[in-house]
Design a protein around this ligand. Structure first.
Ligand SMILES: C[S@@+](CC[C@H](N)C(=O)[O-])C[C@H]1O[C@@H](n2cnc3c(N)ncnc32)[C@H](O)[C@@H]1O
Length: 322
C-alpha cells in the first residue's frame, strides 16, 4: 500500500477521471474508446493508491460527495431545467458507491493485468449504462423531451444583463439580490465593484464572498429586506418551463414569485426577463407598478429559446412594490 500523504491530490485526480468519463459519455453513442482506455490504464497504473482510498470510509464519503457535486453540475449543464430531488441524489450516490466497490473488487481479485483491464472495462461500462438509465428516467416523457430540447445554461456579461433588464445602475435600490446569478456571479461582482451592496444566489456557484449556494425552491426570503431583486434568464425562465410542462410545479413557482415580491422593501423592484404574462395580469395594481420593456432583439439566444420561451414572453419586466 502506498503512503497516504498525496491522497488529497490523488482523490481529486481520481474523481476528475470519473468526471472525464461522464463528460465524454453521450446519450446516443458509446464513449470515445481512446478516452475510455486511457481512463482504465490510469486506474490500473495507480491501483494501490485507488485501493488506499476506496478502503477508507472517510475518504470514500468525501469522494462520493465530490462525485455527486460533479454529476449534478454535469446534468444541470446538460439541461438547466432538470430539477434533481433527494431521491435522484441518492441514486447518483448509490451508483458511485457501487462503482467504487466493484472497482475495488476487480483490483484486489485480479492479479493478471489483462483480466484487471477487462474487469474494469465491464464495471465502468455498467456504470455508464446505469447513468444513462438515470437520464432516461429524468427525461421521461415526450413533452419533457420537446421542452427539454432547449437547454441553455450560459452566463452573460453584466452589461448585457443590465441592458436587457433596462437597469440604470445609478438608481439601483440597495441591497441587491441576484437570483440565479450564474456560477461565477459576474453581475454580483460588477455591482459590488461599484459599491452597490449585492449578493448572488444560485444552486451552482463558486465558493466566493457574496455568493450563496442555494436552491430558490427552498430558500427563505425574509419580508421587506431587498431594495432590488434581479433575475436575468433565470427564475422567470424556469417559471415558464414549469408553467408549460405537464409535470411541472407552477403553483410552487407562483408562491415563490409572491415571496420574492414580499421580500422587497417598499419602493423596491424586481427586474426579470423573460416576462410572465400569466401572473403579471393578476397582480393588484394598487400594490405593484409594472413596467414592461420590449426586448425581442435584445434577449440573448432567443432563436434557441424558441419553443420553450416563445415570442409571448420576450419582454423584460420591472415590478415595483408601492
Ligand atoms: C441561464 S443561467 C443565467 C445566469 C445569470 N443570471 C446570467 O444571466 O448570466 C440560469 C441560472 O439559474 C440557476 N438556477 C436554475 N435553477 C435554480 C434553482 N432551482 N435554484 C437556484 N438557481 C437555479 C442555474 O444554476 C443558472 O446559473
Amino acid at each position: 500500500m502506498q503512503q497516504q500523504s498525496s491522497d488529497k491530490n490523488f482523490k481529486e485526480m481520481l474523481v476528475d477521471q470519473f468526471n472525464l468519463f461522464l463528460q465524454h459519455f453521450s446519450m446516443e453513442t458509446d464513449m470515445d474508446p481512446q478516452i475510455f482506455n486511457k481512463g482504465i490504464y490510469y486506474i490500473i497504473e495507480r491501483r494501490y493508491e485507488v485501493l488506499s482510498l476506496t478502503g477508507e470510509p472517510s475518504y470514500i464519503n468525501d469522494i462520493l460527495a465530490y462525485c455527486l457535486m460533479l454529476t449534478k453540475q454535469f446534468i444541470y449543464q446538460y439541461n438547466q431545467f432538470v430539477q434533481l430531488d433527494k431521491n435522484d441524489e441518492m441514486d447518483i450516490t448509490v451508483l458511485h458507491r457501487t462503482l467504487f466497490r466493484t472497482i475495488e473488487d476487480v483490483l484486489t481479485r485480479e492479479q493478471n493485468l489483462e483480466q484487471m483491464e477487462s474487469g474494469l472495462i465491464f464495471v465502468i461500462r455498467e456504470f455508464l449504462k446505469e447513468i444513462k438509465n438515470l437520464f432516461y428516467r429524468i427525461f421521461k416523457d415526450d413533452q419533457t423531451k420537446e421542452l427539454f430540447k432547449q437547454t441553455l445554461n450560459y452566463q452573460y456579461s453584466p452589461s448585457l444583463q443590465l441592458d436587457v433588464l433596462g437597469i440604470n445602475v445609478e438608481k439601483l435600490e440597495q441591497p441587491v439580490l441576484d437570483l440565479g446569478c450564474g456560477f461565477s456571479g459576474k453581475l454580483v461582482e460588477y455591482l459590488n465593484d461599484k459599491n452597490i451592496k449585492t449578493v448572488g444566489l444560485d444552486r451552482e456557484v463558486e465558493d466566493r464572498a457574496n455568493l450563496i449556494k442555494a436552491d430558490w425552491l427552498n430558500f427563505q426570503l425574509p419580508a421587506g429586506l431587498w431594495g432590488t431583486i434581479i433575475s436575468h434568464l433565470a427564475f422567470s425562465n424556469h417559471f415558464i418551463f414549469n408553467h408549460l410542462y405537464r409535470n411541472g410545479s407552477p403553483e410552487k413557482y407562483a408562491r415563490i414569485y409572491m415571496n420574492i415580491l414580499a421580500s422587497l422593501k417598499r419602493g423596491g423592484s424586481f427586474y426579470y426577463a423573460p416576462g410572465l404574462p400569466f401572473i403579471e395580469e393578476h397582480l393588484p395594481s394598487g400594490r405593484y407598478a409594472i413596467l414592461k420593456s420590449e426586448l425581442a432583439e435584445k434577449l440573448p439566444d432567443r432563436e434557441k429559446f424558441h419553443g420553450v420561451v416563445n415570442a409571448d414572453y420576450f419582454y423584460g419586466v420591472k415590478v415595483t412594490k408601492l
